[in-house]
Design a protein around this ligand. Sequence first.
Ligand code: BJW
Ligand code: ZN
Length: 253
Amino acid sequence: MSDLQIVADALRRARHLVVFTGAGVSAESGIPTFRDALSGLWQRFDPGELATAAAFRRDPALVWGWYEWRRAQVLKARPNPAHLAIAELARHVPQLTLVTQNVDDLHERAGSPAVIHLHGSLHQPRCFDCQRPFTRLAADPQEPAKGRRIEPPRCLQCGGPVRPGVVWFGEMLPEQALQQAFAAAESCDLLLSIGTSGVVYPAAHVPQLALDSGAVVAHINQQAFAPNSPREHSLVGPAGELVPALLQRAGWQ
Ligand code: BJW
Ligand code: ZN
């Protein structure tokens, strides 16, 4: 039996499904991933220069400009068939928990409610100094040129610089989101890990926790994954084709 059929059968039987996504799920919407050899963001930029609090302290306009460039890309992007199929899955399984590492809002725009964002959001900036949310971001920013420096806005309460509401390296993940993700992984019977390289912790514990707790785990990725257990499966190809194919094989479309 093909891995696609095995996972589709597990999907039909699943009582609690966890969908765990990474940048690859948004790639077909035109959002660059981080680590892909040809198109990844970090082929062109050094993460240490841009995705840490130290980088923001050193050069807030460089970092803010980079995130405004990415926010503009997300605002003009649309959910792709993978996002839409994940939203559709929720109509067929008794319980679905959607956990994403992505900082875009494409799952929400595809119709998935209650998305657990482990690495924050590009759309919820806050003050770097006092942490209060900043609510005056332009809804339709001019797409800034790549690499253009932009001074961050100032906090209305304390005057501190506004930072993107994402989780940088060395920062704690939002505690409640992480706890919910771990609890869901421990209690699910099937986890679909879609479009993630699985190298960033503690998020990368999520699929492993599900496997250790007895669930079936399927990795949907353009790169093959070498399974470590008979309950682990690798489906190789674009998420925008494979997730709809799973729905179809399960007889739901
Ligand atoms: C497709 C596809 C298609 C393409 N279809 N597939 C344990 C061991 C070692 C290190 C650590 C550890 N614990 C903690 C650390 C340190 C660090 C870490 O993990 N470092 C590793 C990189 C080594 N972690 C942290 O610092 C975390 N905080 C923390 O641990 O706090 C506690 C602490 C504090 C102080 C000291 C010590 C501990 C925070 C991590 C925050 C990560 N943030 C980022 C940036 C967010 C903001 C922004 O967007 O700029 O989150 S990093 C970046 O990576 C982003 C992503 O969410 C994350 C994961 O990437 P993802 O989604 O997997 O993307 P890619 O590009 O890597 O992969 C894409 C995949 O898709 C590929 O596999 C493709 O093949 C595939 N693909 N197209 C299907 N069409
Ligand atoms: Zn402030």
